[in-house]
Design a protein around this ligand. Structure first.
Ligand SMILES: [Zn+2]
Ligand SMILES: [Zn+2]
Length: 364
């Protein structure tokens, strides 16, 4: 079968051939790949960034945001059948730490986890895949058209779930309804975080550095969230005039200077969760005393969150279903371009300001 691979550490992607996946264990499920999303992680991998090939190989099939359709299941799988729509999680546990053994590899402590399409395991940019039933989330028929968004949604879901869990633990009276939330960076993860926060009753503001008529801003506003252009308002000026200060901030920019400055926009008892991954190396001047005093005197919390576990994918599917009903046509429009597998070079190219999510369509 056809697949798209990279040589980790080198620039460019290539077409490769892989053996047809088959059921080889009772809990295996063979799945036809329907669509695979492309994100910043893929583009980084294609330009020679962070990625690892499976042991014994120097090629990695990329792609970690998929939706597919069941072809065949092993005899231990009784609840999935040919034709069922499904998505697959990304991270596979290390097998020897507490969170992984509890089914929460998103919190792996050993660092020995693998990730399909990223770290030590082939991904989903191919015609067909096989995986264990435990890594599969069934998708209701009505959600299938946007289920390729499940993975970026799951990243937002984990970040939000953590923030709310911590708030409820330390503030027993905590109620998210009506609370002010800021999402910095409204690419796919940010936009889907805005969606999940709106569904939970937050008053949501999104911030980015694109024009008001960009698709992502149109999508944000269609969910009754407001938009702030970060080129006009600095993170340190997000006061009451700009809907701040915020009880919850979710960063999806990966821009270190923005991430640090946003601490200033956090309300007393607020929680700030970071999902953007900044590149290192550049030094940023910080008024450390002011910043740390703010954190202490305001009971403010800053927490990092990466990846997601099965439970967050399930939340993602649930929220996508709710959002499709609440804002007809809006979530569908987050998928701004579909390419054939042969057009992978265009799909992995630099996205335009008008793009939200680019996908490669492997099947109808
Ligand atoms: Zn991704
Ligand atoms: Zn682990």
């Amino acid at each position: 079968m056809h697949a798209i691979a990279i040589h980790p550490g080198k620039t460019g992607a290539i077409r490769v051939e892989r053996p047809e996946p088959v059921v080889s264990a009772d809990n295996d499920v063979v799945i036809d790949v329907v669509e695979v999303g492309v994100c910043g992680t893929d583009r980084e991998e294609v330009s020679g960034g962070r990625a690892d090939a499976p042991p014994g190989s120097d090629e990695l099939v990329i792609g970690h945001e998929m939706r597919g359709r069941v072809v065949e299941a092993g005899k231990g799988v009784t609840d999935l059948h040919a034709g069922d729509d499904v998505v697959l999680t990304v991270r596979r546990g290390c097998g020897h730490c507490g969170p992984c053994n509890a089914g929460r590899p998103g919190f792996c402590e050993s660092g020995d986890y693998t990730e399909r399409g990223i770290r030590g395991r082939d991904g989903y940019q191919c015609e067909r895949v096989v995986d264990d039933r435990g890594n599969i989330i069934p998708v209701p028929k009505g959600v299938a058209a946007v289920a390729v968004l499940a993975e970026p949604t799951s990243v937002a879901e984990k970040a939000i779930a953590e923030a709310i869990l911590i708030q409820r633990a330390r503030l027993p009276e905590y109620d998210e309804v009506g609370k002010r939330a800021l999402v910095a960076g409204i690419g796919p993860v940010g936009l889907l975080a805005a969606m999940a926060l709106k569904l939970r009753g937050f008053d949501v503001t999104g911030m980015d550095i694109v024009d008001e008529d960009a698709n992502r801003v149109v999508g944000l506003k269609a969910m009754s969230a407001r938009y702030i252009d970060g080129r006009e308002v600095q993170a340190t000026d997000l006061d009451a005039h700009h809907a701040g200060p915020f009880d919850l901030i979710l960063d999806a920019t990966g821009a270190a200077a923005v991430e640090i400055n946003l601490i200033d926009a956090l309300a007393t008892n607020g929680v700030y969760v970071l999902t953007g991954i900044p590149s290192g190396g550049r030094e940023i001047p910080v008024a450390a005393g002011d910043l740390l005093r703010e954190l202490v005197l305001g009971n403010k919390l800053v927490v990092g969150s990466v990846n997601a576990s099965h439970e967050h994918f399930a939340l993602a599917i649930r929220d996508l279903e709710l959002a499709l009903a609440k804002w007809p046509g809006v979530i569908e429009a987050f998928i701004t371009s579909r390419h054939t597998p042969g057009e992978f070079e265009r799909a992995f190219g630099k996205p335009a300001d008008t793009d939200i999510k680019t996908v490669i369509a492997w099947a109808k």
